[in-house]
Ligand binder design. Structure first.
Ligand SMILES: C[S@@+](CC[C@H](N)C(=O)[O-])C[C@H]1O[C@@H](n2cnc3c(N)ncnc32)[C@H](O)[C@@H]1O
Length: 305
């Protein structure tokens, strides 16, 4: 099977994880297995997690040749500790998340992510989330405005939220939803080069799948998951809120020493982690030209000492 999704920052991701032969790495966002295959080729054993059963099935087929060095588990990466408990593993040498949705999820109309292809109001990556229709029916206008403004950085979040709630009873698919959103934004203010519903659709996807909640839980889990003595964690984000959460989470682990002057050994935990990337790694111009989806990607990594 050829890869239907081009992996972002492929070489850089493998480099920052500094995989040693026989290292065990949890790829929390297996998708169609692009990064996982590179990790396997670098000699690692990989446990691949994905919420999406279709991604799990496709990756299992694609990576069958790696035998028992690869294992796929349908799970949310927020539950990484539970997954490792179920497999009888105390620690792993690496953990990776490549956030957001995959190209095949976006491109299949029936998944309901696309404003160009008419699909149901769904947007779930896996079955562990409400559908978009359920979410929109349950959320009040104020909260919807907050979500669209915060996760979508949409200036017209107020009118958009009001129009969605007002028209919801007659919105049958994603294209109709996109029309309602576009009509709520003054034509002169439509963004250049992207569909006027792009920001709102991004915000709704983040909310339906509780993407930032999952990322926070993964960051919190790292101290109980990554092996001391060189284990590493890496995250690729595509949105400023995600990157901020990753930056703060990694910096909180690798905080400067807070011990009083003169302490013979550090007892505040500062000596336990270090940032592998002081500044986020961004894709090269060549990568962006070959894979426009990589444009906003940022890669950060941290190491447990
Ligand atoms: C950007 S794609 C990953 C692509 C993959 N790294 C590759 O190179 O082929 C993101 C994948 O992560 C999954 N995903 C997103 N959030 C998740 C979560 N919280 N838990 C598990 N899987 C998640 C999505 O279903 C999707 O398949």
């Amino acid at each position: 099977m050829s890869a239907p999704h081009l992996s972002v920052l492929p070489r850089e991701t493998i480099d920052v994880l500094a995989v040693r032969p026989d290292a065990v790495v949890v790829d929390g966002t297996l998708g169609y297995g692009g990064h996982t295959e590179l990790l396997l080729q670098a000699g690692a054993r990989v446990i691949g997690l994905d919420r999406d059963p279709r991604a799990i099935a496709a990756a299992q087929e694609r990576l069958a040749q790696y035998g028992d060095r690869f294992r796929a588990v349908q799970a949310n990466f927020r539950d990484i500790r539970q997954v490792l408990d179920d497999l009888g593993l105390a620690h792993v040498d690496g953990a990776l998340v490549d956030l957001g949705v995959s190209s095949p999820q976006l491109d299949v109309a029936e998944r309901g992510f696309s404003f160009r292809l008419a699909g149901p109001l769904d947007m779930r990556m896996g079955e562990d989330a409400p559908t978009l229709a359920e979410y929109l029916a349950g959320v009040d206008e104020r909260e919807l405005k907050r979500v669209i403004s915060w996760f979508g950085e949409e200036r017209f979040a107020g009118p958009v939220a009001r129009a969605i709630k007002r028209e919801l009873h007659r919105i049958a698919d994603t294209v109709q939803l996109a029309e309602v959103v576009a009509n709520a934004i003054p034509r002169g203010a439509w963004p250049k080069g992207i569909h006027p519903a792009t920001r709102t659709f991004q915000a709704l996807r983040i909310a339906v799948n509780d993407e930032l909640g999952a990322l926070d839980a993964w960051l919190q889990a790292l101290p109980g998951v990554i092996t001391p003595g060189g284990g590493r964690a890496a995250a690729i984000s595509f949105h400023s809120l995600e990157d901020r959460a990753v930056k703060q989470g990694f910096t909180a682990l690798a905080h400067p020493c807070r011990c009083p002057p003169g302490m013979p050994v550090c007892t505040c935990g500062a000596a336990e982690w270090k940032l592998v990337t002081r500044k986020a790694i961004a894709p090269s111009e060549e990568e962006i030209a070959a894979n426009p989806r990589s444009r906003s990607a940022k890669l950060r990594a941290v190491e447990r000492l």
